[in-house]
Ligand binder design. Sequence first.
Ligand code: FMN
Length: 199
Amino acid sequence: MLSTRADPDDRTAAEPVSATAYRTMMAAFPAGVAVVTAADEDGQQYGMTCTAVSSVSVSPPTLLVCIQHSSRTLAVLSRTGTFAVNLLDDRARAVAELFAARRPDRFQHVAWTARPGCGGPHLAHDAHSIADCRVTGSVPVADHVVVFGEVFGVTGKDAPPHPLVYGMREYWSLAHTGDAHHAAARPGKASTSDPERKT
Ligand SMILES: Cc1cc2nc3c(=O)[nH]c(=O)nc-3n(C[C@H](O)[C@H](O)[C@H](O)COP(=O)(O)O)c2cc1C
């Protein structure tokens, strides 16, 4: 006779852990901080702070970004098919905070360029490296969309990169060998508590 009771050994039917348990775990998994940018058909710029960036493959060079459904940047890059990933320098903590805030005038407070042929606006002053990408696929997962981008351009600086890192709910710099240091804040709002953050 078939039992209707859930099998306690069936891990595929296990309940998910709480959001708090998941956030706490992921907070201890630091990530580089990027600003994903896109421009719409009228040349209007959009951009958002993003730590959910990962390399997918080298050949062809492909990365992924995970973006919440409600993002205006996601809407634009999905329509136009291109975007740029600006990997922030450790001096650019205020830029990370600016692009995490839902304010329409973000691009008035940073230096940016949008040359023809770019995937999206470049924040050349605040990024140590920039990837221009074309969208090759996207997969909705829960309240986010995983967007795959083939990298058709890389812009870097001559100097060694000093990446901005986010982990344990703080911004960090890796600049000092052997010991991580909090990234110096520029003047401006210095809140790291974003309700949309997964961690
Ligand atoms: C450190 C940090 C990392 C973030 N990473 C992500 C992320 O990986 N994906 C995401 O969808 N939102 C992330 N956010 C939140 C977005 O930056 C924020 O919701 C932004 O306002 C969206 O802008 P938009 O709607 O104009 O695209 C992050 C915020 C912070 C402070």
